[in-house]
Design a protein around this ligand. Sequence first.
Ligand SMILES: Cc1ncc(C[n+]2csc(CCOP(=O)(O)OP(=O)(O)O)c2C)c(N)n1
Length: 282
Amino acid sequence: MTPQDLSTKNPSTWCPGCFNFQILAAVKNAVAKEIAEGKPGKTKDDFAIVTGIGCHAKMFDYVNLSGINTLHGRVLPTCLGMKVGNPNLNVIGFSGDGDAYAEGMEHLIHAARYNSDFKYVIHNNQVFALTVGEPTPVTEIGFADKTTPLGVKLQPLNPIKLMLAAGAGFVARVFADIKQIEYVMQEAFKHKGFAFIEIIQPCIIFHPDAGFKEKTYSLEQAGHNKSDFDAAWKKADEFDYNIAKNIPCGIFYQKEKSTFEDLWPQLQQLKKKGIGWKDVKR
Ligand SMILES: Cc1ncc(C[n+]2csc(CCOP(=O)(O)OP(=O)(O)O)c2C)c(N)n1
């Protein structure tokens, strides 16, 4: 299994130079590695993806895995539904920041609380990009567009703090850099439970790079203890999604606890049976 085996022949409609290309490459690398080095016998049929609506959602066209390109803001209930149908499936959800923090906000809080064993990747470009750059709940104060000509006045939401408060057991943020994404996805695959991965991604057209990458630093290299909730909270406070000096990146918090699948005997039975796509008659 190589990353190329996860490619499709669909022509890309992302803008040339879009950071989504980095995310796509990293996801294919991480999934290919997980298949090659993970549990023996794992194939790409053991994976499924879900995308919302937006530029990020074109991942669905470019990653050669089964899945559902669902409604705007409904990635998380779709992922949960897949896990209920087949708890052995490795499910990865993809959202934009609009999809995750506006249309899908109510699901996000409960996904952290339910702790179903799937991974959630948010392409955070701080705008609704596909509909030409309107502000989302994480757009910085002062950002102006045609819909908000006087500029954003509200303090942006801090999704890392929200996820910590909601009880998520794996909370990470990285920059849209292939190596950072690949690393954090591999760690998320090893984690049993819901994994929240936010990717800070400039939108080259509607939310250009404000020198984000230069402002990021690695939590791991700074000696952050990811099992310390209070330390994670303090680190989450360092970047409030306005223009920042320092943007901590890496795993803020990680703690394994009972998953949704652990708590339901019916799902346990399905898990033990080892039902996978291979068993489904097509
Ligand atoms: C329920 C619903 N509301 C609004 C839209 C219109 N719409 C389509 S794409 C989009 C923006 C998506 O932005 P985001 O989720 O941040 O993803 P990005 O395009 O930035 O990757 C919106 C608002 C829609 N398709 N469905």
